[in-house]
Ligand binder design. Structure first.
Ligand SMILES: [Cu+2]
Length: 139
């Protein structure tokens, strides 16, 4: 009986090991969205480092997070108010007022990636009113 338990435990561990993001070191960065800025507006991460971007909307209107980083990164996971949302690929993430969305990604390529808000206010992109920033990915 003991053998059976050990084997079950091994299978469980193997199954856990297949999940790429688990066990990786996670760098958590808090990003506040409001009218009309992101704070901080610049952040840095390393290639292969797991980034958890915790975006809190402290404003009164819906904001978005868009970035080419989401196209080149791997293993994207989205959590809305702490609850995991299933995603295959993602181009933009919406954050309603007083809500928090966490984007977890692992950057695969070095470079400087812009991010911005694609919502509009009186015909102008929030991006053009100041809601933009950069994520620098280094080796
Ligand atoms: Cu916005």
């Amino acid at each position: 009986m003991r053998t059976a338990v050990v084997i079950t435990g091994l299978i469980f561990l193997l199954a856990l090991g297949r999940e790429a993001p688990s066990g990786e070191v996670v760098k958590t960065v808090a990003l506040t969205a409001s009218e009309f800025k992101f704070t901080p507006a610049s952040l840095a991460v390393k290639v292969g480092e797991r980034l958890a971007l915790v975006i809190s909307n402290r404003g009164g209107m819906r904001h978005e997070f868009l970035s080419p980083l989401l196209k080149s990164a791997r293993d994207i996971e989205i959590k809305v108010d702490g609850v995991k949302a299933e995603v295959g690929s993602v181009e933009e993430v919406e954050v309603e007022p007083r809500h928090t969305v966490t984007i977890e990604v692992t950057a695969t390529r070095a470079g400087t990636y812009t991010f911005w808000c694609g919502e509009t206010f009186h015909g102008k992109l929030h991006r053009d009113l100041g809601m933009k920033g950069t994520i620098t990915v280094t080796r």
